[in-house]
Design a protein around this ligand. Structure first.
Ligand code: ADP
Length: 842
């Protein structure tokens, strides 16, 4: 699929031309491939969001650092200020203690006064906790303490200073009299921390002891630190090891939420030593966690999550755009597909707007009409493809079309090609509706129906031819589905003969012996085995006085149903001809029998002569005896019996000949083979005896009866035996070789059981030229021969569906005679044969 070409129409750009930056930017953008453009368009907002986020983070970081520095400065200044105040206060107290020490030294003051002044000081300055006068012997003279001081920290008068740092410092001052601050290391949990100051009492160079002043570190911090500093910072006093001695705000302030990954460090504590104490006591302050940090963090998170949201939305948009792109691609593919389809269409398409202006034509339309798209689009009626003669008609049609009167089947119009030729077309119209559901015009499709018209005409013509042929047939053709009285088809002959009902069809089937399916078996039509006794049954139709040959066929009808077609042909003429032929054949057979008898006339005469001579002899014998008067009754009885016997014999001969030559109706009936053979031998024997030929026979026992016309079969046998005797006589065979043999035996030929009759002679046999023409009518080698005997024999045997053949008999290469044999089946073949054609043929 080609990429969407929304940017592909690029103008060539000149990279060397000096153009304003926007132009340069544009030309750069256009030089990119569409896919890169899409990718950039998708990525650029993401990058800008990321950049924005980074800038926000950076500015946050910068502001935070800035603020931190400022805060650090403020903290530093506060610590300095507090330290200064603490120093001044301590120096002031030191001054007062030193004045007290001076007054003790000048001996102006007793213990009572010391006590009262010390009490005044303690009351006035809350940081002062206790003031103790220690004499030169390191013994406590008097000690004045604030009521809050725990008893464990009190110095009992008249007791030496307990050994420890205080005593050590006392010893140090004795050597080098000067004021010393000391922060004794004490367990801060056991007692509140104290700061000690020992001031020497000196008179000139004489050391008289010290005044030991003890400050509460807590109070010192509380009373010297301004309230606004205390409220802003965690202020605490640390010992030399950095351990917190006092912290009025309680525990250490929570460190600010640290964001080390954006450069924000928690604020550092700022520490300064407390002057004049020195390093053993220091002041430390740290800023509380303040709200601006929180707000800043909130903002940061807001910006962060907004950036994330924006990025997420952009990704969403990106995916959405991707989807849209794919849809667009699918749309382009679809459009291309439709265009290809449209171009490959053989149907012409034409769109009209509501005014009838052509707004679109497809390739097929142009090809069909021969006009170009440019020549057609924008045209108003009359269109160039309208034939001039049709203007009025087409204008009317167009008006209908534009008014929305669309015909579902379309209408036929004439279209003129550019070359002036016209063709028939069918026009279908459907309304054009745009994406907003607005009706914008009409789309018409036009098909060239010249070819369909031609095909239809051809089809109609061929149908007509077919109908004419079927109608003019003198056979009736009818088709009906199995088991239904519906007549699917009937031609003119059928209608003339049987009317328009199925009755004729069904009756024909019944008469023809084509067993019709019983209704119960209808649903299983394929299993039907309709039996036809004769596939081409001949039926006499008395109403029409016609002989009809009925044939039936199974066929699958156009709707898929199994149907039976019956064709009944008028065969009256043929039937009559056949009848005539049969009569003639019958006459010929009768004539042939007469001829045979004629030929055998001398034999018959000879045969009759014997009994007649005998009768004559008996009669003349009796007459002479009667005349001589010697005729006895017994002699007469004997002679009369003999005479009657001979007369009977003569009558029998005549009877045989009469029954043989008598013209009888052709009649096939089961006939006993033995009877037929005996009758034929009786007749043939006249001839054989006269010609001095012996007849022997061999007949198989228990032969079944054959369905045959006995007279005709006898005729064949007599003919064959007569021919055999004649051949032997003509051959001039010696006494020993004058014999004819008749063999009868059962034989199955082509799977059909039957009986074979063979007549063998000892004659000269059949020369090849005779064998060729043997069965021809009027072929004879005899001077007195008629040459129709064998010809008739064959037609008789063939009418019995049998076979007749002749062959020579050999002894080595010598012909010893010839054998004529015929075979006839036991039963009628048509009854045996299963009708193969009547099965449904799919
Ligand atoms: P026809 O006996 O009147 O001549 P056929 O049709 O009976 O007529 O015989 C035709 C011919 O066949 C005979 O003329 C004879 O030449 C020959 N033919 C028939 N039977 C025999 C046979 N058994 N032996 C030799 N030739 C025969």
């Amino acid at each position: 699929m080609p990429p969407p070409h929304h940017h592909s129409d690029l103008a060539p750009t000149n990279p060397f031309s000096l153009e304003p930056p926007t132009r340069w930017w544009r030309s750069w953008w256009r030089s990119l491939s569409p896919t890169r453009q899409d990718r950039l368009a998708a990525i650029a907002p993401l990058i800008s969001v990321a950049l924005f986020f980074v800038a926000i983070v950076a500015s946050f970081w910068y502001l935070r650092t800035e603020e931190q520095d400022r805060e650090q400065d403020a903290l530093m200044r506060s610590v300095h200020y507090t330290q200064q105040r603490m120093r001044l206060r301590l120096l002031e107290r030191q001054e007062q203690i030193m004045r007290l020490a001076r007054d003790v030294a000048t001996e102006q003051m007793g213990t009572a006064e010391f006590a009262s002044r010390a009490e005044t000081l303690i009351t006035q300055y809350p940081e002062l906790q206790a003031i103790t006068w220690v004499n030169a012997e390191s013994t406590v003279v008097i000690s004045q303490a604030a009521p809050a001081v725990p008893s464990g920290q009190l110095h009992t008068p008249a007791r030496p200073l307990p050994p420890g740092p205080t005593a050590t410092i006392f010893a140090q001052i004795r050597k080098q009299p000067q004021s010393v601050y000391w922060q004794p290391q004490m367990d801060p949990n056991a007692a509140p921390p104290m700061l000690q100051l020992q001031v020497p009492i000196t008179a000139g160079v004489k050391f008289l002891g010290t005044v030991l002043a003890e400050f509460s570190v807590d109070n010192l911090l509380r009373y010297t630190t301004p309230t606004e500093i205390l409220s802003r910072y965690t202020v605490s006093m640390l010992d030399a090891q950095g351990r917190t001695l006092s912290s009025p705000g309680g525990s250490h302030a929570q460190p600010r939420l640290s964001l080390p990954w954006i450069g924000l460090q928690p604020l550092k504590a700022y520490t300064l030593p407390v002057m004049p104490v020195g390093d053993s006591l220091s002041l430390s302050a740290q800023a509380y966690r303040t709200s601006p940090g929180l707000v800043g963090n909130g903002l940061f998170w807001l910006v962060g999550s907004l950036s994330l949201l924006t990025a997420w939305l952009l990704l969403g948009t990106w995916r959405h755009t991707g989807k849209r792109l794919r849809t667009q691609e699918a749309l382009v593919a679809e459009t291309n597909f439709r265009r290809a389809m449209e171009n490959s269409l053989l149907t012409g398409m034409r769109a009209l707007d509501l005014q009838g202006r052509i707004t679109y034509v497809n390739a097929a339309f142009c090809q069909m009409t021969g006009w170009d798209e440019a020549e057609l689009v924008g045209q108003l009626p009359p269109y160039p493809y309208w034939p001039k003669a049709e203007y009025a008609n087409l204008m009317l049609k167009l008006k209908e079309e534009l008014s929305g009167k669309t015909v579902p089947g379309g209408f036929q119009i004439k279209v003129q090609r550019k070359n002036g030729t016209c063709f028939d077309a069918r026009l279908y119209v459907s309304p054009l509706v745009d994406a907003h559901g607005q009706h914008t015009g009409w789309m018409s499709s036009i098909t060239d129906i010249t070819e369909p018209n031609r095909i239809r005409a051809q089809l109609a013509a061929s149908h007509e031819r077919f109908t004419i042929v079927l109608e003019s047939l003198d056979a009736s053709v009818s088709v009906a589905p199995l088991g239904s009285a519906e007549l699917l088809f009937a031609n003119k002959s059928y209608r003339q003969w049987f009317g328009s009902q199925t009755t004729g069809h069904l009756q024909l089937l019944q008469e023809a012996g084509i067993v019709k399916a019983s209704p119960q078996e209808d649903d299983n039509a394929l299993n039907l085995r309709p039996k036809a006794r004769n596939k081409n049954a001949e039926v006499f139709w008395p109403e029409l006085n016609k002989w009809l040959e009925v044939r039936s066929r199974y066929l699958t009808w156009v709707d898929g149903r199994l149907a039976q077609m019956v064709i009944a042909t008028d065969i009256t003429a043929r039937h009559q001809a056949e009848e005539q032929a049969a009569q003639q054949a019958e006459r010929a057979q009768a004539a042939s029998r007469l001829i045979t008898m004629g030929e055998m006339a001398s034999s018959v005469a000879h045969e009759l002569n014997q009994p007649l001579t005998a009768i004559n002899n008996y009669c003349s014998g009796m007459l002479s005896r009667l005349d001589s008067g010697t005729l006895t009754e017994s002699q007469m009885r004997f002679a009369l019996e003999k005479t009657a016997h001979q007369a009977q014999r003569a009558g029998q001969v005549i009877q045989h000949i009469r029954s043989f030559v008598k013209r009888s109706e052709p009649n096939r009936a089961p006939a006993q083979v033995e009877d037929m053979v005996a009758e034929a031998m009786e007749l043939a024997n006249f001839e054989l005896r006269r010609r001095n030929v012996r007849l022997s026979h061999h007949i198989a026992a228990r032969l079944p009866p054959v369905l045959a016309d006995a007279i005709l079969i006898e005729q064949v046998l007599v003919n064959l035996m007569k021919n055999a005797a004649e051949a032997i006589d003509h051959g001039g065979r010696p006494e020993g070789r004058r014999s004819v043999e008749l063999l009868v035996r059962p034989k199955t030929l082509e799977e059909r059981p039957g009986v074979e009759f063979a007549v063998q002679d000892t004659g000269p046999g059949l020369p090849p030229q005779v064998l060729e023409r043997l069965f021809e009518a009027f072929f004879s080698t005899k001077s007195e021969g008629m040459g129709i005997g064998l010809n008739l024999c064959r037609s008789i045997i063939e009418s019995h569906n049998g076979r007749l053949q002749a062959q020579n008999l050999y002894n080595g290469s010598e012909v010893t005679g010839c054998c004529f044999s015929f075979w006839i089946p036991l039963a009628e073949p048509a009854a045996l044969q299963e009708d193969k054609d009547t099965l449904p043929q799919q």
